[in-house]
Design a protein around this ligand. Structure first.
Ligand code: PEP
Ligand code: CO
Length: 459
């Protein structure tokens, strides 16, 4: 890796990284974090990269989901369990209908820092620095709370470690057993139309398992029926922390950011000559790049080349987030620009960040129909361009929140105030998330068979 060092990003311009008032204290905290155990290890990131390479080849689908911002206040085992349950349910819906394995990637166990549209927030006559995520400052609207505090990084590290620990237990300890699918249902959605559909799926799976059981294939003998791989991800925004968590693998000499399996660069920090791209080009982890309406196809292609000079499959995931009305305008050009350079990328769709609006009641929200419509438009464009729409990136939670309008339970603008808990952007509740999975499973089926045919024709 030419001229790359753990701290070489510091020589480049960076956006959305706070100025800490006490730099000495920040350095002390970071030096301590450098001595902490890694949260994930190199072999795992390599394994995930292989799975993502399968997605690039149209042999699997990627589902990435979780909170917009994790918070210290919402840290609770039930919340982690319920997000995990919904991701499992969505994956099952997608796997069953499209007959494709689903790579499960949480926006979890480290998704704290947020880029903000404005550096300050005004309430009445008072103006204070914006809230930047619980690992940087606090959400309360006081001067003290909004001051960046390096010690918050210790709490964020510790929360990430225990979140990851319980996720590993859930994934490998029997909770994800296909014989226990019925236990994944959340109480509050039991009466919804999604629950009825999911029950039908459960019954079909139970029949298939009974048949396999009769043939001697049971979860006692087959690990695959009993465990899942569940990976973690967050935006690599706060580079001082990411740098402190990056370690050199003793067996290969490669650098891995051990704060998560997968990290992404946000739409506001993906400048070709910026510190975020510089940092990410030196780490082995698979990298996501968010692409919004301001992305220029040749610039995105150059970023891919800088981060992935060997054009390795599974290394780069381009996450498009144009807004449902803008997909046709921007996505075809981006796909063609990437194709022209012969770059291997996984195409994922984030239908959330381009569809955020202010409700009539003053809340930031996302109409469920717009979310669905962006996904459908993205699938249609990929199909027309002969590429494979391989992933979905959503902000969702297992909790019964009212943050996005619409869906089967028809959440209205007036309902938003009832359970609006997010620390940043509005999330799909589990009912809406599951509904989205059912709605798009047919699209995936069409798209994956299309891509398989295209791959066969090309080989
Ligand atoms: C996010 O994923 O929370 C985010 C800030 O997205 P984007 O960079 O696409 O705006
Ligand atoms: Co967000």
């Amino acid at each position: 890796m030419k001229n790359w060092k753990l701290n070489s990003w510091r020589k480049y311009p960076v956006k959305h990284i706070p100025e800490y008032p006490d730099k000495k204290e920040l350095d002390q905290v970071l030096n301590k974090i450098k001595t902490f155990p890694p949260l994930v290890f190199a072999g795992e990131t390599r394994h995930l990269k292989q799975q993502l390479a399968d997605v690039v080849d149209g042999k699997a689908f990627l589902l990435q989901g979780g909170d917009c911002a994790e918070s210290f206040a919402e840290f609770h085992p039930d919340n982690i369990r319920d997000t995990f349950k919904v991701i499992l349910q969505m994956s099952l819906v997608l796997t069953y209908s499209a007959s494709l394995p689903v790579v499960k990637l949480g926006r979890i166990a480290g998704q704290f820092s947020k880029p903000r549209s404005a550096p300050t927030e005004k309430q009445g006559d008072k103006e204070l620095p914006s809230y930047l995520g619980d690992n940087i400052n606090a959400i309360d609207f006081t001067e003290k709370a909004r001051k960046p505090d390096p010690k918050r990084l210790f709490k964020a590290y510790s929360q990430s470690a225990s979140t990851l620990n319980i996720l590993r237990a859930f994934s490998k300890g029997g909770f994800a057993d296909l014989n226990k699918v019925h236990l994944w249902n959340l109480d509050y959605i039991k009466k919804s139309p999604q629950a009825k559909k999911f029950k039908e799926l459960e019954d079909k799976i139970a029949d298939a398992l009974a048949f396999m059981d009769a043939c001697g294939i049971t979860s006692d003998f087959n690990n695959r029926l009993y465990t899942v791989n569940f990976w973690t991800s967050h935006e690599a925004l706060l580079l001082p922390f990411e740098e402190a968590m990056t370690r050199t693998d003793s067996t290969t000499g490669e650098n891995h950011d051990t704060s998560a399996h997968f990290v992404w660069i946000g739409d506001r920090t993906r400048q070709l000559d910026g510190g975020h791209v510089e940092f990410c080009r030196g780490i082995e982890n698979p990298i996501g790049i968010k692409c919004g309406p301001t992305s220029k196809p040749d610039e995105i292609a150059k970023i891919c080349e800088v981060i992935n000079p060997k054009n390795e499959k599974g290394k780069i995931t381009l996450i498009s987030r144009f807004g449902h009305k803008n997909v046709e305008k921007f996505l075809p050009k981006l796909i063609r620009g990437i194709k022209k350079e012969g770059l291997n990328v996984l195409w994922s769709c984030d239908p959330m960040h381009g569809n955020t609006i202010k409700s009539t009641t003053g809340f930031k929200t996302r109409p469920f129909n717009d979310v669905v419509s962006e996904v459908k438009n993205v699938f249609a464009v990929h199909q027309a361009e002969g590429s494979y729409a391989g992933g979905l990136h959503v902000e969702m939670t297992g909790q019964d929140v009212t943050e996005c309008t619409g869906g089967a339970r028809k959440i209205s603008d007036a309902d938003l105030s009832s359970r609006y808990h997010t620390h940043c952007d509005p999330r799909l509740n589990s009912d809406q998330a599951l509904e989205l999975a059912f709605l798009i499973s047919d699209e995936i089926k069409k798209n994956s068979s299309y891509s398989k045919n295209a791959i066969q024709a090309a080989s």
